[in-house]
Design a protein around this ligand. Structure first.
Ligand code: SF4
Length: 207
């Protein structure tokens, strides 16, 4: 089976999955969007109302803001692969429980293994904690390069949080996110070009 077929099989598994209680409330599971050949993967928390209705991650207002954030660094959804920590909508858009995240993690790990991104953007605290399996504050972790199984990961604020915090002045969540996006773009460009030994050593020392 090729990559597309394996991802389609995984998506079908999610659609029929009853591994956790979230299956009971879903209209449909939400597996992914974007390009499976992308070098950047973006991971969010889980489907909300609009995502559950449409079967696509990051639609609605938060999705529109995400599209603008990607556009600000010259990217669109065809250059990114998008998935969530849980594939089914938590009731009332509550945060998924650790048990639900754990039940669903195998699907996400399989997606990452197939897509093989070079950069993972962790959008929000749940994405950060769900993938890294550690309780970390998004405010303290955002903007820092972390590694997960040899892949560069950058936590950023979730677009839904940015919608609730509209200020753009220096130090505001939006301003900080712009700094993070610029760092992601720089890392993306650096990974796209042949790496020099000098830059490799600098990267190691900085991170
Ligand atoms: S959230 Fe994940 S583990 Fe739970 S039922 Fe949906 S697909 Fe299965």
């Amino acid at each position: 089976m090729n990559k597309a077929e394996q991802l389609a099989e995984l998506a079908a598994e999610c659609a029929a999955c009853t591994r956790c209680g979230l299956h009971a409330g879903r209209t449909r599971s939400v597996f992914s969007d974007g390009n499976p050949a992308a070098r950047i993967m973006l991971i969010g928390e889980g489907p909300g109302y609009n995502e559950d209705q449409q079967g696509k991650p990051f639609v609605g207002q938060a999705g529109q803001l995400l599209d603008r954030m990607l556009a600000a660094i010259g990217l669109d959804r065809q250059q990114v692969y998008i998935a969530n920590i849980v594939k089914c909508r938590p009731p009332g858009n509550r945060t998924p429980t650790p048990e639900e995240m754990q039940a669903c993690l195998g699907y996400l790990e399989a997606q990452i293994a197939l897509v093989q991104p070079q950069i993972i953007i962790l959008s929000g605290a749940t994405a950060l904690q769900g993938l890294l399996q550690q309780k970390r504050s998004i405010s303290r972790s955002r903007g820092q390069w972390l590694q997960w199984q040899g892949i560069w990961c950058m936590p950023i604020f979730h677009p839904a949080y940015l919608l609730r915090n509209a200020a753009r002045d220096k130090g505001s969540p939006k301003w900080l996110t712009w700094q993070d996006l610029k760092a992601i773009k720089a890392k993306y460009l650096a990974l796209m070009t042949p790496i020099t030994e000098e830059r490799r050593i600098k990267d190691v020392n900085q991170n």
